[in-house]
Ligand binder design. Structure first.
Ligand code: SF4
Length: 276
């Protein structure tokens, strides 16, 4: 995990932001930036809006007043309703959360005023700290992003994130506590995480953890993401470069064959599957 120093403290004017993410009305991100520093991160465009000149993954701002602002928004005459995603452009349970507890304070506010259905997307085992709060939120679900169960590969692509084994253990704890858990394979890494063996190993571990629902995301070929991935592929996985090229030049074709493979493997392990 990264040894990045603690976050810079900032304030925010709004805690809930309207979102166009399908199925959600609002998103909430207690931090700007993400120390997990994933090579394939789609949220790196946030650099432009953050005022930071440093590369994505090397800065974190903590919105220290976010819980108070959220409380006001929840207590407004017309309280927000619908589905809320926590962690759409940052991980709300990255290392800084262990110190600041901003996500936890937001959950406490949401428990006091439960007008929104909460979904949390994370790569961090720290989410288990808040099990008792999650259990009080009607309809709350937690998604763990896991792209591979191979710890070495995870260190290459997600250098600041907790290893997949810890995420699986956390998923199991949540399942045992009765919190609905799903896993987001996002993105499926062409030529690295999309082979029969790699996917079977992943689904085997999901079964062990009691996870029965999976959403798989075919890599989106954003130029900046492909550029970063190509650099890593050239250094560490040169034989997989062809697969990366195929996925970025004809995503539809790649997704078609991936879907078939995933369907066979997921049904073998009794998992329900959607591919986007
Ligand atoms: S955890 Fe998510 S937001 Fe954070 S760097 Fe990785 S992909 Fe980006």
């Amino acid at each position: 995990m990264s040894d990045m120093p603690l976050a810079k403290e900032i304030t925010c004017k709004s805690a809930l932001t309207k979102t166009g993410i399908p199925g959600f009305q609002y998103c909430l991100n207690p931090y700007v930036g993400c120390a997990h520093n994933c090579i394939y991160c789609y949220a790196s465009f946030m650099c432009r809006f953050s005022g930071h000149k440093e590369p994505w993954g090397t800065f974190v701002d903590a919105k220290v007043n976010i819980a108070r602002v959220l409380e006001k928004q929840l207590n407004a005459r017309r309280a927000p309703e619908g589905k809320l995603i926590i962690g759409s452009v940052t991980d709300a349970y990255q290392q800084a959360e262990a110190y600041y507890g901003l996500t936890r304070s937001c959950l406490e506010a949401l428990v006091r005023r439960p007008s929104l259905e909460v979904e949390i997307l994370t790569k961090s085992a720290l989410v288990v700290r808040d099990i008792s709060l999650l259990a009080k939120l009607p309809g709350c679900t937690v998604g763990f992003t896991i792209t591979t169960v191979d710890e070495k590969t995870a260190r290459v692509f997600e250098p600041g994130a907790p290893p997949p084994g810890l995420r699986l253990a956390a998923a199991r704890q949540l399942v045992e506590a009765g919190i609905p858990v799903w896993v987001f394979i996002a993105p499926v890494l062409p030529g690295v995480g999309d082979g029969e063996d790699a996917l079977s190993a992943l689904f085997r571990e999901l079964k062990r953890a009691g996870v029965k629902e999976v959403l798989a995301d075919t890599l989106n070929p954003y130029p900046a993401v492909i550029q970063r991935l190509k650099k890593v592929y050239r250094e560490k996985y040169p034989a997989a470069l062809m697969d990366l090229d195929l996925c970025s030049s004809d995503r539809g074709l790649y997704r078609g064959s991936l879907r078939k493979k995933l369907k066979t493997i997921s049904s073998r392990y009794g998992c329900s599957l959607s591919v986007i």
